[in-house]
Design a protein. Structure first.
Length: 264
C-alpha cells in the first residue's frame, strides 16, 4: 500500500525580490535597538552566514573608530553609497551636510525616509551618473562606502566602470572614503578553499558571489569584492582615483581608505 500525503509540492526556491530591504523594514517596524530580524548571506559555494539587521541602525556611539575616521573626513555634498537604513546619511545630515542616501533597494530607501533622511536616491551609482543634471545635480565632493562597501567595486572588470560612474558626478579633488577587509587573514579551510576556487575560475580570491536572504525572499546574485590594500591599489590603475591614505583597523583585518580624484 502506497503512503499518501496532503502536503503541498516542494517549492523550486526562494522568491526573487528585495530581501535586503524587507529585512531592514521588518527590523524598523519591530522596534529597536534589538529587532531580532535576521539577515542571511548565502554564498555561491553554499556557505551561509548572517546577523541581526539591527546593526544597520546603530547610532554613532555604537560605531567603531574607523567609521568615525571616515565620517570625520567627509565634506561638501556627499553620497552615502549602499546606505542601507541610513545610519551614515543621518549622521552627516545632522552635522549640517548635504547628503544623499543611495541604495538599489527600494525598501531601504523607504526606511531611510521614515527615519528622516531628506534626500534619497534609489538605484546604483550608474543610475546616479545617468540621472544628471536631474534629480541629483553634480558635483559631489565625498562618496562614503561604509560597512565594507568598498566591496561594491565588485571585481577587476567591474571596478573601473564603478569608479568612472563616481568620477562622472564628482567635483574636482573629490574623495572616496570607504572600508574594506583583507579576505586572506583567515585559516578557516572553508574560506581558504573558496579563495582557491575563485582563482581557478579566473576571479579574484576575495570576489564573493552572494545574495541576501530574508524569509522566503532572495536578492539576485551579485559580486562583492573583499580586497587587500595592495589589490585595491591595483584596481585603481588606469582610473582617475588614487589611494591617498589607508587607516588600519586597530584589532582586526579591516581598513579604511581615502581615495582622491587626481584627474578627469
Amino acid at each position: 500500500m502506497q503512503a499518501t500525503t496532503d502536503a503541498p509540492p516542494p517549492e523550486s526556491g526562494p522568491e526573487i525580490g528585495d530581501a535586503f530591504g524587507a529585512a531592514l523594514l521588518a527590523c524598523w517596524e519591530s522596534g529597536l535597538p534589538a529587532c531580532e530580524v535576521f539577515e542571511l548571506i548565502e554564498r555561491d559555494d553554499g556557505f551561509l552566514d548572517g546577523a541581526d539587521a539591527a546593526r544597520y541602525f546603530l547610532p554613532p556611539e555604537g560605531w567603531d573608530a574607523l567609521d568615525h575616521w571616515v565620517c570625520d573626513r567627509a565634506h561638501g555634498r556627499a553620497v552615502d553609497v549602499g546606505s542601507g537604513a541610513g545610519r551614515i546619511a543621518l549622521h552627516l545630515q545632522e552635522r549640517g551636510m548635504d547628503v544623499t542616501a543611495l541604495d538599489i533597494s527600494p525598501l531601504a530607501g523607504e526606511v531611510c525616509r521614515r527615519r528622516g533622511v531628506r534626500r534619497v536616491f534609489t538605484g546604483s551609482v550608474f543610475d546616479l551618473a545617468q540621472s544628471r543634471p536631474a534629480p541629483e545635480p553634480a558635483p559631489f565632493d565625498s562618496f562614503l562606502l561604509l560597512g565594507n562597501n568598498l566591496a561594491l567595486l565588485g571585481g577587476a572588470d567591474h571596478a573601473p566602470r564603478f569608479l568612472a560612474a563616481l568620477a562622472a558626478v564628482c567635483a574636482p579633488n573629490a574623495m572616496i572614503l570607504g572600508r574594506g577587509m583583507d579576505p586572506y587573514a583567515t585559516t578557516n579551510p572553508v574560506h581558504v578553499a573558496y579563495h582557491a576556487r575563485n582563482r581557478a575560475l579566473g576571479r579574484m580570491g576575495g570576489q564573493i558571489r552572494m545574495r541576501v536572504r530574508h524569509r522566503r525572499l532572495a536578492t539576485e546574485w551579485f559580486d562583492y569584492l573583499f580586497a587587500t590594500p595592495d589589490e585595491l591599489r591595483d584596481l585603481l590603475r588606469g582610473t582617475p582615483w588614487r589611494v591617498e591614505h589607508l587607516e588600519p583597523q586597530a584589532n582586526g583585518n579591516g581598513y579604511a581608505a581615502q581615495l582622491r580624484l587626481v584627474k578627469t
